[in-house]
Design a protein around this ligand. Structure first.
Ligand code: CA
Length: 354
């Protein structure tokens, strides 16, 4: 869809409105025309979902105050939970687009360097602490020339829509490798997204206030009005041949930094943004323990076990578990679904070559 997205908001709106008109329940034009329906409609089993865009660049923010505080508390203690820059800008790192995959694509447990407790020399082994990260991500259009910042009041014009995202993480690899340059192989082995992009026009009825920002952000990040969206989010787990357990229930509205602030900050130095770039929100945690967006937080660094509905327990994700993230907006009998992103974790890759 990159070329379509490049055409800009005017085109997106015209096409969306026309499709909406065709499928409006009182419109008989297609509804009562069986021969046309045979041509234009497909059943779900005829369709294989793929990535909706060719993703050029992938940036992952860290915009949930609750998530950043939880992780910071585990690493540095409650009094130093947030680093000094966090409340002044939406911090992020550059991820990897080659391993962004659509829902339904299984992944292998990665191997990597880890440092076992009480040792000083790392070993290479399959990660023991595979985690999901419940996120959403937005997809941009061509937004600016190299060198040109995007003003905050224009940022949403360049955002096509949003998807669900599971930013897979290997916590033991992350812990050993992240100093001083941040995550690398702990994060770039897989990031799963839902295949349907929900456009910003569709999300308009679900606008909601962002959390209050204190201290006030610098003027280039200052935003008025309802800057966030009320999107219900859930993550579940199913072990192989077993039953579903809900791991967490949270909401996009908890994010401290808005998507407009993220895009504006991303381009304040003149970094150019292209059609099909993917911008992750970072793990979305709420304020209560049943709303945390990762196993790292739900089990508090693996200290506590989660008992699943089949009686087994988890500290992190195990081989052949499937993690599914779903999302929807609902208000005044209007409901919009994001579908889902589900991913099965397979055992570590075994080469077939002899
Ligand atoms: Ca992430």
């Amino acid at each position: 869809m990159n070329d379509f997205i490049s055409d800009g908001k005017k085109t997106w709106r015209l096409v969306r409105n026309r499709i909406s008109e065709i499928f409006e329940e009182n419109n008989k034009a297609l509804r009562d025309n069986d021969s046309h329906k045979k041509i234009v409609l497909f059943t779900m089993d005829e369709v294989e979902m793929q990535l909706p865009v060719q993703i050029g660049d992938y940036t992952d923010f860290f915009s949930s105050k609750e998530h950043a505080s939880n992780v910071g508390t585990m690493l540095r203690g409650a009094d130093k939970a947030l680093l000094p820059n966090w409340l002044h800008m939406p911090v992020a790192y550059h991820g990897r687009s080659s391993s962004v995959i659509p829902s339904g694509t299984p992944i292998h447990r990665p191997q990597g360097q880890t440092l076992l407790k009480g040792t000083e020399t790392p070993i290479l082994e399959p990660s023991k602490y595979i985690d999901f990260e419940l996120e959403m991500a937005f997809i941009t259009t061509d937004a600016n020339l190299l060198g040109e910042p995007i003003p905050i009041n224009e940022a949403e014009e360049y955002i096509f829509g949003m998807v669900l995202s599971n930013d897979w993480s290997a916590r033991d690899i992350q812990k050993w490798e992240s100093d001083p340059l941040g995550p690398f192989l702990a994060k770039n082995f897989a990031s799963s997204i839902s295949p349907w992009i929900v456009t910003m026009d569709a999300l308009e009825p679900f606008r909601i206030e962002s959390p209050k920002q204190n201290p006030k952000p610098l003027p280039y990040l200052k935003q008025e009005g309802k800057c966030s969206f009320d999107i219900n989010l859930q993550a579940t787990i199913i072990p192989e041949n077993s039953v579903t357990t809900t791991l967490t229930t949270t909401n996009f509205k908890h994010l401290y930094w808005s998507i407009a602030q993220q895009l504006t900050h991303h381009t304040i130095n003149g970094c150019s943004v292209k059609s099909g770039d993917l911008m992750g929100s970072g793990t979305i945690s709420g304020s209560t323990p049943d709303s945390y967006g990762s196993m790292l937080e739900l089990t508090w660094g693996g200290k506590n076990s989660i008992i699943l509905n089949d009686g087994t327990s988890r500290k992190f994700i195990e081989d052949n578990d499937t993690v599914t993230i779903t999302g929807f907006c609902e208000k005044n009998n209007l409901r919009i679904g994001f579908g889902e992103v589900h991913t099965k974790l397979l055992p570590v890759f075994q080469s077939k070559k002899k």
